[in-house]
Design a protein around this ligand. Sequence first.
Ligand SMILES: [Zn+2]
Length: 312
Amino acid sequence: MLIRITALCSLMAVAAALLLVGAGPSLTAGAQPATPPPLEAIHVSGDVYTLQTPTAGGNLGALIGPDGVLLVDAQFSAESQPILDALSGLTDESIRFLINTHIHPDHIGANAELADHGVLIFAHDLVREQMLDRIRIPRRGGVFFDQPPPEARPVVTYDKEITFHVNGEAVRSFLVPPSHTGGDSFVYFPSADVLHTGDVFRTNMYPIVDVRNGGTFSGMVEAIELAIDLAGSETKVIPGHGFGFTDQAGLEEVLGMMTDIRDRVQTLISNGASLDEVLAARPTAHLDERWGGVPSWTAVDLLPIVYEEYSD
Ligand SMILES: [Zn+2]
């Protein structure tokens, strides 16, 4: 089953790798990488780590300890080996729990294989519902992926939040306002003081608002404000995309960029501008160098969403 799915997805995988992580220069369409990219384990705080690829896509979180590993998200590749390899230097315990922050393929890839290893998968109710159909991601005008296999589905779902009492932590996974999608969870580790935001927050590019899966720009602003309120001066923040981790100041930088865009677009709308006129006015010109470097999602993709939402 897994092999068949991997084969079916082979061409999609390269396209998706390019789309999701922002075009690695060594990948060309039509060539399947022989092995999935290795994950680097980076210590964040306490017993919490992040596992990341060099291209900073779909960052994982991992809480280690004597009760076993609690994992946040499951990379793009369907193969669990890179995750097991990255954890092998940190702990001898096996993975017990996996939380999916949202539905996108670069966060649920190894779900099925991990479930085969006995890992129990958790997510918001909507994530499971979204897995009952093929998955569409918004980059490059929209790309479809096959429906995930039944084994990939979360076994336990929640409508608001759930707490995991493991490894001396009380890990909270909770729904945030409709932002990147309609079913995004933040995962907070209070003892280690680490927040994993999923793709609601990223440090390397403009925010992706997946409106077809329930996302909204205004909800993303709200969710990032919520993260800023939750964070203290020592809190470490793992973004969904962007290498390494950041902090409250990193959240504030992204919030500032988003409210700047919102305010400029709203001003243009109140002056009667059409979408074409908004695009022609280039309201993000001063931001593009910092945030617009990923070709699969630039201001040209984001501005129509902001325009649509604030035109109502
Ligand atoms: Zn995503």
